[in-house]
Design a protein around this ligand. Structure first.
Ligand SMILES: *[C@@H]1O[C@H](CO)[C@@H](O)[C@H](O)[C@H]1NC(C)=O
Ligand SMILES: *[C@@H]1O[C@H](CO)[C@@H](O)[C@H](O)[C@H]1NC(C)=O
Ligand SMILES: *[C@@H]1O[C@H](CO)[C@@H](O)[C@H](O)[C@H]1NC(C)=O
Ligand SMILES: *[C@@H]1O[C@H](CO)[C@@H](O)[C@H](O)[C@H]1NC(C)=O
Ligand SMILES: [Cu+2]
Length: 148
């Protein structure tokens, strides 16, 4: 991009202002909405670590959407919790985990979570005392980057 504008007479300073401008645009317009799991949604047995690696980078103010059906006699319940740190994440330790999306909130348009801070978010499904998190692979972490 810089090369193209340099051809048009833009200096480094020009490029700098161009970047500033695109920062402002992306901040207000391009915060992305990302469906967790892509077409698989939020479900047992899908590798969300792999998904997060392939979907990165995430950015501050992007919205994660978790879609999962409410439980009934034939389907599993899912939920969305945040655990505090990497050891708890690796151990699927739900002690003092914070519930964000309960088992009913993933229906319809899904449960939405805005990555509003520049910090690492450790997401896990809290169902069956960590079984969905460990065996079901329903966990991933993201660290949203600044847009610029
Ligand atoms: C994220 O959104 C909040 C609220 O709209 C805004 O105040 C903040 O500046 C945004 N942060 C970034 C990095 O875009
Ligand atoms: C994912 O959710 C969408 C919208 O709720 C639904 O149409 C689609 O069938 C779901 N995909 C799977 C694999 O269940
Ligand atoms: C899930 O994906 C990660 C990253 O690609 C990989 O390291 C891991 O072995 C996968 N887990 C399973 C159970 O396949
Ligand atoms: C349970 O929910 C699933 C997914 O929403 C649906 O396909 C199925 O028909 C439901 N089963 C019953 C017994 O309601
Ligand atoms: Cu689950």
């Amino acid at each position: 991009m810089a090369g193209k504008f340099q051809g048009a007479g833009f200096s480094l300073v020009g490029t700098f202002f161009l970047l500033l401008f695109s920062c402002n645009v992306s901040r207000t317009v391009f915060a992305a909405k990302i469906n967790v799991g892509g077409p698989a949604n939020w479900t047992f047995g899908f590798n969300y670590t792999d998904w997060a690696l392939k979907t990165a980078p995430f950015h501050v103010n992007d919205t994660l959407v978790f879609k999962y059906d409410p439980p009934n006699s034939t389907t599993h319940a899912h939920s969305v919790y945040l655990v505090k740190d990497l050891p708890k994440f690796l151990a699927c330790d739900l002690k003092r985990a914070q519930l964000f999306g309960n088992v009913m909130q993933g229906g319809g348009e899904g449960f939405e979570f805005v990555l509003s801070k520049r910090k690492t978010y450790y997401f896990v499904c809290g169902e069956k005392q960590g079984f969905h998190c460990s065996t079901g692979l329903m966990r991933f972490f993201v660290r949203p980057a600044k847009r610029c």
